[in-house]
Design a protein around this ligand. Structure first.
Ligand code: DX5
Ligand code: ZN
Length: 220
């Protein structure tokens, strides 16, 4: 599958969000990634569904939202109503995660699921029928700008093998510490959807950086 790049606006400068987003769009961003944090599931707060509505006024590039919140079902309808195409709740701590994922598809959204670095790959098997994308965290969620955890590389390969056998159409997304220096290696391990926050937005030329990351992916 053709690799896709999704800049995370968590690392954008909100004093000029529209300019940053437009620059990444010109550089070829395939999606924009919204990191939703509630200060309970992760030790940080970010933003709510209103940011999706704001983004819909800025860009036509599709949005996905990473739900780092303890009660995802309370917010799934609101994010879908706000125009988010795909939602990734976390598998950890949700006693009823099948219901959560099913709610997304029942409401017409695309479903993803997120696994923290220490969560085993086998945990996704019961959900596979419902999923469009599986996101492996390559940092502990909560903050941008952290370093990629190397052991996730073998999880990517393990997941690719599992998906090739059971549901090849599911994309593998990688979130955390993705940057110019490691994106080709992550691609080779089997990922095909790349979330990058600081690597895109904490640079002097967002458009050029986005274009270069995409070029590496297209060549890898
Ligand atoms: C972390 C978030 C990531 C983060 C990525 O909790 O889920 O999406 O913004 O940022 P970088 O690319 O800087 O690691
Ligand atoms: Zn994220």
């Amino acid at each position: 599958m053709k690799p896709m790049l999704a800049p995370s606006i968590l690392s954008a400068d909100f004093a000029h969000l529209a300019e940053d987003v437009k620059a990444a769009e010109r550089g070829g961003a395939d999606y924009f990634h919204l990191d939703i944090m509630d200060s309970h599931f992760v030790p940080n707060i970010s933003f709510g569904p209103w940011i999706a509505k704001t983004m819909k006024r800025i860009t036509d590039v599709p949005l996905d939202a990473h739900l780092m919140i303890t009660k995802p079902r309370e917010y799934i309808p609101r994010f879908l109503d706000a125009g988010v195409e795909l939602l990734y709740p976390h598998i950890e701590g949700d006693y009823d995660v099948y219901r959560t994922v099913q709610m997304i598809t029942d409401l017409g959204g695309k479903a993803g699921i997120t696994l923290n670095p220490a969560t085993p790959i086998s945990s996704v098997v019961p959900l596979l029928d419902l999923l469009d994308r599986i996101m492996l965290m390559s940092v502990c969620p909560g903050f941008g700008g952290q370093s990629f955890i190397p052991s996730v590389m073998t999880k990517i390969t393990e997941l690719r093998e599992l998906l090739d056998e059971h549901k090849p159409s599911v994309r593998i997304a990688i979130d955390g510490g993705v940057k110019m220096e490691n994106i080709a290696e992550i691609r080779k391990a089997g990922a095909d959807f790349f979330i990058a926050g600081s690597a895109v937005f904490k640079t002097d030329n967002i458009e050029d950086t986005t274009r270069r990351l995409k070029a590496i992916l297209d060549g890898a």
